[in-house]
Design a protein around this ligand. Structure first.
Ligand SMILES: [Zn+2]
Length: 148
C-alpha cells in the first residue's frame, strides 16, 4: 500500500540521527525503523513516475529542486528524487551538519547543493552499470547553489 504524503513536521524521525526521514527514504511502515541513510528504490521510482516530492510525498510544481553533493551537481546526475524547493531547503536546514552516508549519499563531501530546474530526465540504470541506482538529470537548470 502506498503511503500518504506527510508534511515536513510530520515526517518520522531517524532513531539513530534524530533527524526527519524524507519520503524517498521510506517511513518504516514494514516494521523496519525509519532511516535516513539509504533511499528506498520503490519510493524513488514512485517519485519519478508520479512526479511527487521526495521529501513530503505530495505533487510537484515548479521549480523542481534537486539536493545532493557537489559531485552530483558536476555530473548533472542526482540520486535523491525531485523535491519542492521549500522542502529541499527545510530538509538541508536539518542536515546541514550531517555529512557522509545519508539521503542516498555514499561518499563524504564538503557541502550540500540545491539545484533548481524546470524539468528533468529520469535515467534508469543500464544492465552493465556497476552502480544500479537510477539518477535524475535536470534538463533546464535554473540555479545551483551550495548550502551552508
Ligand atoms: Zn515537498
Amino acid at each position: 500500500m502506498d503511503p500518504a504524503p506527510r508534511s515536513f513536521p510530520d515526517l518520522p524521525l531517524d532513531e539513530e540521527l534524530g533527524t526527519p526521514v524524507p519520503f524517498a527514504c521510506g517511513t518504516g511502515e514494514l516494521g523496519a525503523p525509519a532511516s535516513a541513510r539509504e533511499l528506498d528504490h520503490r519510493r524513488v521510482t514512485q517519485c519519478a513516475l508520479s512526479r511527487i516530492c521526495g521529501v513530503c510525498g505530495s505533487g510537484l510544481g515548479r521549480p523542481i529542486a534537486f539536493l545532493g553533493s557537489p559531485e552530483e551537481e558536476a555530473r548533472n546526475a542526482f540520486h535523491f528524487p525531485p523535491s519542492h524547493l521549500d522542502c529541499a531547503e527545510r530538509l538541508l536546514g536539518v542536515y546541514a551538519e550531517v555529512r557522509g552516508s545519508v539521503l542516498g549519499q555514499r561518499e563524504p563531501f564538503d557541502s550540500w547543493v540545491i539545484a533548481t530546474t524546470g524539468g528533468f530526465e529520469y535515467v534508469r540504470p543500464r544492465r552493465e552499470d556497476v552502480d544500479r541506482r537510477a539518477t535524475f538529470e535536470p534538463n533546464s537548470l535554473l540555479e545551483a547553489r551550495r548550502v551552508s
